[in-house]
Design a protein around this ligand. Structure first.
Ligand code: M6R
Length: 368
């Protein structure tokens, strides 16, 4: 049943190219425009939306953080991302022109369910992004986009995360489309970028041995940091969460730009620090993050750098270099997360932990 893999988690990591392809499947209408079949919200309702609030927990929350960058960029509609467990306790500003997007792999997470119930009492439109057909959260929502990633058995979410990001991107593109933007060509171009991801993810998987080797080398570490910026920031948070839940070691993700505002004080000799370097572009983020790599290395950190093919500037400051396929900035989370999943899985396995059933955790958290 594990398809020749030692753990369900490894199997599910390996299924990610297919999961992404399946999330994208069947999203075109005959005229080549985007369609979201299972959407029960009308285009008119979507045109009236003036704010998106994404609510989710854990890894699904990080998928929401990634999605914010894309949704705001493509639609110019403000998008907030909030932990479901915090949402209803702070008297959130929600009304009928708010689109509340609940992301949940299982569709049964109680915190998320309570949050959407609250949103509906405020007459918000609620859309679920969910992997489990017929589960409670989509049943209690006005609309749903199913991720179609197939069952996720391991407690740690992997293909769930990637497919959630893709589904959120579809939502962002669809919102841009119904809101009329002279955006048609651009939507098609972005769809093509998404459709090229399964092959890119497969390549990252094929290079997995290097990451497994690294996990063996770092097996006695008690603390690991992760740095990212822009859409790479939630990837850093996700990398840290995977390590906490599977390997039971201290791990933290930071926004690279925050380093100088505090976290740099943590850097000491041989502390492993993963850094997700943004693709080179006009925004200078690549250069800025590379200078962070330089700074932490000068203070003794062991730098584990994830950087796109052809990025040579970072090479002198990388103790370990993990190459990523060249993809646009907003697509990078979908390739950069994969080595971090493999790393956490291998490290936990080396430490003798049950990778699929980490201690104290349940696959779906059905209590508040
Ligand atoms: O089923 P959900 O997507 O609602 O679950 C949300 C979180 O409980 C879940 O992502 C959790 O953080 C995972 N164990 C992370 O790997």
């Amino acid at each position: 049943e594990k398809g020749g893999f030692d753990w369900f988690m490894l199997k599910e990591i390996d299924e990610q190219p297919q999961a992404v392809a399946d999330t994208l499947l069947g999203r075109y209408a005959a005229d080549g425009s985007l369609q979201l079949d299972e959407m029960r919200l009308s285009d008119d309702e979507l045109r009236d939306i003036d704010k998106v609030i994404i609510i989710a927990c854990g890894t699904a929350f990080y998928a929401g953080l990634v999605a914010k960058y894309a949704i705001e960029h493509w639609t110019r509609v403000p998008c907030e991302v909030e932990l479901a467990s915090e949402f209803r306790y702070r008297d959130p500003i929600v009304d009928r022109s708010t689109l509340v997007v609940a992301i949940s792999q299982s569709g049964e997470t109680m915190d998320t369910l309570m949050a959407i119930r609250h949103a509906r009492t405020q007459r918000a439109n609620v859309l679920a992004i969910c992997n489990t057909n017929g589960s409670t959260i989509p049943r209690e929502s006005d609309a749903v986009i199913y991720t179609h990633a197939g069952p996720e058995i391991a407690v740690a979410s992997t293909k769930g995360f990637l497919s959630q990001v893709v589904a959120c991107y579809l939502l962002g593109l669809y919102l841009a489309q119904v809101r009329g933007a002279k955006f048609g060509d651009e939507i098609t171009a972005i769809m093509h970028e998404l459709e090229s991801l399964p092959a890119a993810i497969r390549r990252v998987l094929d290079d997995g041995e290097q990451v497994r080797e690294l996990a063996r080398e770092l097996v006695d570490k008690r603390s690991v940091l992760f740095l990212g910026r822009h859409a790479g920031y939630p990837v850093a948070l996700e990398g840290a969460l995977k390590l906490k839940e599977l390997a039971y070691i201290h791990a933290e993700g930071f926004a690279a730009g925050e380093l100088k505002h505090g976290p740099i004080a943590l850097i000491e000799d041989d502390l492993p620090v993963f850094v997700i370097v943004p693709p080179r572009g006009r925004d200078q983020l690549n250069e800025k993050v590379i200078s962070n790599v330089q700074e932490i290395r000068a203070r003794g950190a062991r730098t584990i750098v994830l950087a796109e093919d052809g990025d040579e500037h970072v090479v002198p400051y990388a103790d370990h270099l993990i190459r990523l396929p060249r993809v646009p900035t907003l697509m990078q989370p979908l390739v950069a997360t994969v080595p971090l999943q493999l790393f956490a899985c291998e490290l936990a396995d080396r430490l003798g932990h049950d990778v699929d059933q980490p201690r104290n955790l349940a696959k779906s958290v059905t209590v508040e």
